[in-house]
Design a protein. Structure first.
Length: 103
């Protein structure tokens, strides 16, 4: 297994934002997530590096929710690319087209 570091060996850092929650204990879990900094609308995947990308994955042709549109507007105001993908293939195309190279 390769070790990934933030210096020299990694042009990009990416992570999944966990916005999911279980129905059981949803109120408690939601409060805990908000206390840890979660807010509605954040994209599913964040890529940080020479080019920053917020990538939202949507099932089928579902539109963005109002909170996701708000996050999209925030990204635009901060010059962060915001893209929406409706399939894994489309997500890969977006990442590759932006020349984001992952370790």
């Amino acid at each position: 297994m390769r070790e990934m570091t933030l210096t020299g060996r990694c042009k990009y850092v990416w992570f999944h934002v966990s916005n999911e929650g279980s129905a059981a204990g949803k109120q408690i879990w939601g409060a805990r997530q908000r206390n840890m900094g979660k807010f509605a609308g954040v994209a599913d995947y964040i890529f940080l590096g020479n080019t920053n990308l917020a990538l939202e994955m949507k099932d089928g042709k579902k539109p963005l929710q109002p909170s996701q549109k708000d996050f999209q507007s925030w990204c635009k105001s901060c010059e962060v690319h915001f893209k929406t993908a409706h399939s894994l293939e489309e997500a890969v195309e977006i990442v590759e087209s932006m020349k984001i190279t992952l370790p």
